[in-house]
Design a protein around this ligand. Structure first.
Ligand code: FHN
Length: 604
């Protein structure tokens, strides 16, 4: 079947008529597949550099769900607030009726944009239409929108786009291109509509594409179009979908959640941070509390320290952090979000040079923190001061010229011993959240050694060895586990899984112990009922330690993945050096556990 779609360039000077067969057609432009696969070999989107340099974005989830705030008919729901219609199985007619009292009179585009600016944000992405199907802009495709269906009667998207751009930040829209619980042919409303009778192609033709056309024609240059939860299209159809939309906004970056491995940059899962540095353009996205949409009773807001360290960690691995806020039904951004974003901005005013425009750090994460890079510089993001005040940079094959505090330029003493650099830190760190020191070096930049041993030192209260650094054999493997505590509040953690066979499924951690002494070993893991009470061994320096796994709960969509920190041994090591710590199952019945980390704490 041929489906002609007429797309107008937003200047209305050119009518671009393209033939969009949603049933497979060979695209003429370079396909997104080639762009996506080749992105790390330099053939990235022509506009990608601003994104790579930006490092810090603001995600805004604001919709009709914000008006409900996680409550329905007197009941509080937990999880992600924007999913309340789905979680409470609210019939479309009842949900529609809530729009009559949705009047965000406190909304002030300039206030929101100024907050983003003050926070050091470089790009803002807001939900134009989430899964609920409600358009937060003046849509001519559907009257289920903020202008036609509410007493507010204004288009907040236009106001916000102008306010954000006026302050020199990039602006983009989030659009849920497949899930639409209001539309009989949209994805995932199984309580009002029979999923088996849905015509997704019809949904794309009649709602998703026309609305995306409106958004991409009427709101100026969109720096990003952030697609989400793809479905209903084959890879080839998705390619056509992208190619046709790109004609309207050729400079816009499409997120990878357009689907099928396509998109101009990679979005990780919700609250997911890659374990290692990643090439190419990518973004980690986190909620500020535990919900994307506003939840009256979700007060679990991440502190400025957590935000700043998340940002530094993403940058240290070569990527961006987009942090989310969920404004309420009156148009206000939660007070803690505003307060903590401003505090983050104050930190960036002093230390932004160590974040914006940087590339991945050249030193793997250390017990004291992470590093980011600029030519001839390593920025040392020191989160935890070693007790002695002497900061170790291992395997530092650099011709160090000078080291100084970024905040005030105060030089600090350093000396080289072997291929390590030792830095004498001031008695107190100027900013407990993250104090940045700059190490300037001459000559070649050292290569990142992903096989460098993991530093263990008694200078820190604890040394965390993350599962992702395990060398695995047999069926043991590292997986990013997806789980939620309540409903839709997705989280991700890298774990070693699949260890059952005592001979084959072994994991090893290559460590560099800096000081002899007594240490306590703790295993952090999740353990399902069938794995509980199984024996495992932990060996280091020829000493074997036995443990038996504790039951932490079943891991499935209905029950959260819960972890335990299980103290399993006290060990004594009489000389510093390189040690392999290995863990293996003994019982061999089923998977030993899902190991998240090994924590080593000095006792002396
Ligand atoms: O289902 C959505 C969810 O509501 C939220 O918008 C997140 C943001 O990344 N995306 C989907 C879940 O991954």
């Amino acid at each position: 079947m041929k489906n002609w779609t007429t797309l107008y360039s937003r200047k209305y000077q050119r009518c671009i008529v393209i033939c969009v067969f949603l049933f497979g057609m060979t695209a003429h432009a370079q396909t997104m597949d080639e762009m996506w696969e080749s992105r790390s070999s330099g053939k990235e989107h022509a506009n990608i550099q601003w994104f790579k340099d930006a490092k810090f974005g603001l995600f805004i989830h604001w919709g009709l769900y914000s008006h409900l705030g996680g409550e329905w008919k007197g009941k509080r729901y937990y999880g992600s607030g924007e999913w309340i219609m789905n979680q409470a199985k609210i019939p479309v007619r009842e949900y529609e009726a809530t729009a009559a009292t949705f009047n965000p009179s406190r909304f002030n585009a300039d206030e929101w944009a100024q907050l983003a600016k003050d926070a050091g944000i470089k790009y803002v992405v807001i939900t134009a239409k989430h899964h609920e199907g409600f358009a937060m802009y003046d849509s001519k495709v559907s009257t289920f929108d903020i202008v036609d269906a509410t007493p507010f009667k204004q288009d907040p998207m236009k106001l916000l786009a102008d306010a954000v751009r006026k302050r020199g930040m990039h602006f983009g829209f989030y659009y849920s291109q497949f899930q639409d619980w209001h539309n009989p042919n949209g994805g995932k409303n199984t309580w009002d509509f029979d999923e088996s009778k849905k015509d997704y192609q019809k949904y794309y033709r009649q709602k998703a594409i026309p609305q995306l056309k409106e958004l991409m024609s009427n709101y100026g240059d969109l720096s990003i179009v952030w697609f989400d939860t793809p479905g209903g299209l084959s890879k080839e159809q998705t390619q056509q979908f992208i190619d046709s939309l790109r004609l309207l906004q050729p400079k816009s970056l499409f997120s990878s959640r357009v689907g099928h491995g396509l998109g101009d940059y990679r979005d990780y899962g919700d609250s997911e941070m890659p374990a290692m540095p990643i090439n190419g353009a990518w973004e980690s996205i986190y909620t500020h509390n535990d919900s994307w949409g506003y939840m009256k009773h979700d007060m679990n807001f991440k502190t400025p320290e957590t935000i700043i360290r998340l940002l530094a960690e993403a940058a240290s691995k070569g990527g961006n952090l987009m942090l989310n806020v969920g404004p309420d039904g009156s148009g206000r951004i939660p007070a803690y979000s505003a307060q903590f974003l401003r505090e983050t901005g104050r930190w960036l005013q002093v230390n932004g040079e160590s974040i914006y425009g940087t590339t991945q750090g050249l030193i793997p994460q250390q017990p004291w923190g992470v590093t980011t890079s600029k030519p001839g510089k390593q920025y040392l993001h020191v989160w935890t001061r070693p007790r002695s005040g002497k900061l170790l940079i291992p395997n530092a094959n650099m011709q160090v010229q000078k080291v100084y505090a970024l905040a005030d330029g105060q030089p600090v003493k350093w000396h080289k011993r072997g291929d390590a650099i030792w830095i004498d830190l001031p008695i107190t760190l100027s900013d407990a959240k993250n104090t940045v020191f700059v190490l300037e070096y001459a000559g070649e930049a050292p290569t990142y050694n992903k096989n460098a041993p993991i530093t263990i030192s008694n200078q820190f209260d604890e040394n965390e060895i993350k599962a992702a650094f395990a060398k695995t054999t047999g069926n043991a493997r590292i997986e990013s586990l997806t789980y939620s505590h309540y409903y839709g509040d997705w989280k991700h953690t890298n774990c070693v899984v699949g260890m059952a066979d005592r001979e084959k499924d072994i994991i090893e951690f290559d460590t560099q112990l800096m000081e002899s002494g007594n240490y306590r070993i703790t295993l952090e893991y999740a353990c399902e009922p069938e794995s509980a009470n199984q024996e495992g061994t932990l060996s280091i320096n020829g000493q074997n330690f036995y443990f038996r796994t504790l039951h932490t709960g079943s891991f499935d969509k209905k029950a959260p993945l819960l972890f335990v920190r299980h103290d399993v041994a006290t060990i004594s090591i009489n000389k510093p050096g390189r040690y392999t710590l290995d863990i293996r199952p003994l019982s061999g019945k089923s998977e030993l556990f899902k190991l998240k980390a090994v924590i080593i704490k000095p006792i002396d």
